[in-house]
Design a protein around this ligand. Structure first.
Ligand code: ARG
Length: 581
């Protein structure tokens, strides 16, 4: 079924057309304050201007609102014929949904596997570029936001019905591999373990800077690697494989759905780079500049995007252009999303502008879903106690340990494996949810205490809320109360808390739509938090198991639908939700 906002949009649009012969956006928004009903149309102000211009007669927004109301047919969505009482302030039109209509919508949602959320009419092919760890380095907190946010959005888009293509743009190519391979050779070691690789890397960099002979060797090694030298390629592959072993384990722990088949590292685009530069030059977009080849994407005099270094060699930007061309031409993307740190904003602006001019993104939406920095308790970029970067693996381990202590304190009687499973859900969920629940564009402060708190907008709170809703069905079973399930449910919502809960449930589809549009999972977190709160108010005010029929069944179904919505929402975020905590 259509979302409430869409249904209102259609009805208001028709009324505006009937009243003014205009096709205007009715500007429907959910009301922030119950005083102003559930939804409002803010179109009258803009329309008044238009009508005044057109007729030459001063028309005020309230008069416009009245004329819209005179033509408005909501077909049962609201009680009574639209009247002047619906108009507030200068001309806002407030709509309060009818409880009977709400009950009917609930019944429809209850019978639907998708909880009444329609799939998109025209599915898009969406490439989601996220995670992108760098080879020979352990994943650090800088990659966590990309991995978590990108994964949640990919799930949301899939649920909406889009064809999602995940792309893990690994940093697996470049001059650093010359150093690394040269160093590995000179110490006679293999790519034994990711931690050794990190140490090798530091050592190699030192030598590269200090020993000209080593630097030369490193440069030659890169050339051989890029030319496909079998010895160099073999070592490189071992390094990549070892790094993969490491990050795949992190994905596994995080419950992130990236597979090896989603990998399109920088190396993948190596064969296309020369052609990208050739085409850019042929189109007059790339020019020689101080020996290098550059695209002045932001105009002359501004910092250009360099696509080939002086003396040869391609760069990060060249690879991104090749990747973009591949995504539109080979993968047929309609939309390409990049979950990458805000510090790369200029880079993506230049890449997008260049690709557009080159004709590689005709009709394709290119979006940099930028995110802020993860900060430590001191408000500075998050560092370990010794000042190094914090390794993701250690951080996740600590989250699980802390969660285990908390779970044990709360439920000492539970068997250890149950406590471990809950601690995994709470600890990992806590880290993920802390990230997902903040607006991605702002920096955010990492705090174990805050993310594991059982109150506030946190994973543990949401998980307890879900388990609490589910517990009512165990109690019902113990008391041998029969409940036939959602498929057969009928709803009768009349208490204010029931109505508020029901309306919140019905906003799920709108919320999912907002996340898909704005690429902001925090909108879904806020929605679920609100839903849990409305359920609590309902549960406090409205007896369920002790009510008479048919109220009891209606309320059980309302609880059931709440649980299903919470579960679906948490699934889309990639947060586990145990049945029992
Ligand atoms: N490896 C990069 C980094 O660590 C992230 C890759 C982002 N994706 C892209 N298409 N550039 O900064």
């Amino acid at each position: 079924m259509k979302t409430i906002a869409h249904q209102l949009d259609a009805a208001f649009r028709a009324a505006i057309r009937a009243a003014f012969d205009l096709d205007a956006d009715p500007l429907i928004t959910a009301s922030q304050n119950d005083k102003f009903g559930d939804y409002q149309s803010n179109a009258a102000m803009g329309l008044a201007k238009l009508v005044t211009e057109r007729t030459g007669q001063k028309t005020n927004p309230r008069a416009v609102a009245e004329q819209i109301l005179a033509k408005l047919d909501l077909g049962g969505m609201a009680d009574g014929p639209p009247d002047k009482n619906w108009i507030a302030g200068p001309g806002f039109i407030n709509v309060r949904l009818s409880p009977r209509w709400v009950a009917a919508q609930l019944a429809a949602a209850a019978k639907d596997d998708r909880l009444g959320v329609e799939a998109v009419e025209v599915p898009q092919t969406v490439v989601v570029d996220y995670s992108g760890p760098n080879v020979a380095k352990e994943m650090h907190v800088g990659h966590i936001r990309s991995t978590i946010l990108g994964d949640a959005v990919a799930r949301v888009l899939e649920f909406r019905g889009d064809r999602v293509i995940r792309q893990n743009h690994l940093g697996d190519w470049g001059t650093q591999f010359g150093m690394l391979i040269a160093e590995l050779r000179s110490v006679g070691g293999g790519a034994e373990h990711i931690e050794d690789l990190e140490a090798f890397y530091v050592q190699a960099k030192k030598r590269f800077d200090a020993e000209p002979a080593f630097a030369d060797e490193a440069r030659q090694t890169v050339v051989q690697l890029q030319a496909g030298g079998s010895d160099e390629l073999g070592l490189w592959q071992r390094i990549v494989a070892e790094t993969r072993r490491h990050y795949q384990a992190v994905y596994e722990t995080l419950g992130v759905g990236l597979k090896q088949s989603d990998e399109r590292g920088e190396s993948f685009y190596n064969p296309y780079l020369a052609d990208v530069v050739r085409e850019l030059r042929a189109k007059g977009l790339a020019v020689e500049s101080e020996g290098a080849i550059a695209v002045f994407a932001d105009g002359p005099g501004k910092a250009p995007l360099i696509v080939e270094k002086s003396g040869g060699g391609f760069l990060y930007g060249t690879t991104d252009l090749a990747a973009l061309r591949y995504r539109t031409e080979q993968l047929h993307a309609n939309r390409v999303l990049y979950f990458v740190d805000a510090r790369q904003s200029q880079h993506f602006q230049q890449v997008f502008a260049t690709a557009r001019k080159a004709g590689w993104a005709e009709g394709v939406a290119l979006e940099h879903a930028a995110f802020g920095t993860m900060l430590g308790p001191d408000g500075k970029p998050f560092k370990s106690r010794t000042g190094g970067t914090v390794k993701l693996k250690d951080l996740l381990g600590e989250a699980e340990e802390r969660a285990f202590a908390l779970v044990t304190e709360k439920n000492p009687e539970l068997p250890e494996d149950r406590r471990k499973a809950i601690a995994h859900a709470v600890g990992i969920g806590g880290v993920k949810y802390a990230d997902l629940s903040k607006d991605r564009t702002s920096d955010y402060m990492f705090s174990f205490d805050a993310m594991l708190a059982t109150d506030g907008n946190t994973a543990p709170y949401m998980q307890y809320a879900y388990a609490r809703v589910r517990s009512i069905f165990r109690k019902a079973a113990e008391r041998e109360i029969s409940y036939a399930g959602l498929a057969a449910a009928t709803f009768d919502v009349s208490a204010p808390q029931e109505i508020a809960l029901a309306k919140q449930i019905l906003r799920f589809g709108e919320t999912v739509e907002g996340v898909a549009r704005e690429l902001k999972p925090h909108l879904l977190c806020a929605y679920l938090y609100d839903l849990a709160g409305k359920y609590s108010s309902f549960y406090e005010a409205c007896p369920v198991l002790t009510s008479e029929e048919p109220t009891r069944t209606s309320r059980l179904a309302l609880a059931d639908l709440t649980a299903r919505t919470l579960a679906k929402g948490l699934d889309l975020l990639g947060i586990e939700h145990p049945e029992q905590m």
